[in-house]
Design a protein around this ligand. Sequence first.
Ligand code: CTP
Ligand code: MG
Length: 392
Amino acid sequence: MSVEPVVAVIVVAAGSGTRLGGDLPKAFRPLAGRSILEHALHPVFEMRREAQVVVVAPEAFRGEAQTMLTHVAGAAQEYASVVVGGASRQESVAAGLGALLPSVRIVLVHDAARALTPVSLLDNVVDAVAANARGIVPGLAVTDTIKRVDSEEMVVETVDREELRAMQTPQGFPRHALDAAYARADSEYTDDAALFAAAGGSVALIPGDARAFKITTPWDLNRAEHLLRPSGTEGIRVGVGVDVHAYDDNQELWLAGLHWPGETGLAGHSDGDAVAHAMTDALLSAARLGDIGSMFGTDDPRFAQACGEVFLIATRERLIAAGFHIENVAVQVIGNSPRFSARRTEAEAVLSGLIGAPVSLSATTTDRLGFAGRGEGLTAIATASLRATTAG
Ligand code: CTP
Ligand code: MG
């Protein structure tokens, strides 16, 4: 049996994320193929010292939080749990404190919304609390000029920014002193250090980290996405897909996401859109997610009459869920008809819109050789490239 941990991290994730918007509470919003909460949890489980981990979640998301925690904790689940938060951040922290093990001496309170916080900052806060037995807050120098204004937004004065620091989390405290401060708190404080100081505790600053910024607005979420996107060719995957359909005079032609009135159609289980099908296979192959048959079941009646765009939209969703970003797809059509040149730009625009990435389309014939040359059918060959946006 392992020794119970001395350190605990309370990860507060019970806020609604009003300023970010969207349907999900902020911590459960996707970020580069995972939730914000999962990103925030990763460094917690990489800390030098084993820690008890308490995630504070909205009531309706308790189960999801537990699944995410279990996934990130892996074998280190013994001291990981989820509790339900309250209406304010302070109430949520209090709920987390209520779940601490008796062995805990140092407690870190951390915002799930600071999803890219590096493990070094967590370790530094633990070390500083252990060394100083006071409250420890990470802070950054303020770089903008700060002005005090009156109720009419008139500038009153410039504040000396040398004296100012912007606060981050995790904030760390001796456990019993923080428990006592929370027990005494009778109003709302802007952060845990303020509540701790109001109860007479002393708080010291250590250098913060720019990566520990808080995801508050859609701009911040976009910035986090960009920071997580690997550079160069790292994480690039390539896949291939081929589809062949026979011409069928009794069908309308649907190809490359377009309807082609007056052109010979294609026979097929679905709409016969060989371009969309080859693209789907190429995308799934790059992600190693199988192929169109295994993913969507060509025997499945739901897809029997499905048009090509249904497969592309569903594939894009699967790829995003699996942590991939589509870089581009190139498709070549081999066949006598239709003639693509007049509608190439239109088809490329439709297909690009469906997968959210550039698609290039080219067409060729086979100099009358083979089944394509005899006008029996048409082939589409697609190459897709993806980028893995998450490690593991
Ligand atoms: N938090 C919480 N319980 C609350 C309010 C906030 O656990 N009742 C958590 C949030 O989930 C977040 C952290 O406190 O991880 C920092 O709060 P903030 O960035 O303000 O998040 P939200 O309150 O969710 O966002 P908003 O203020 O825009 O609604
Ligand atoms: Mg808030």
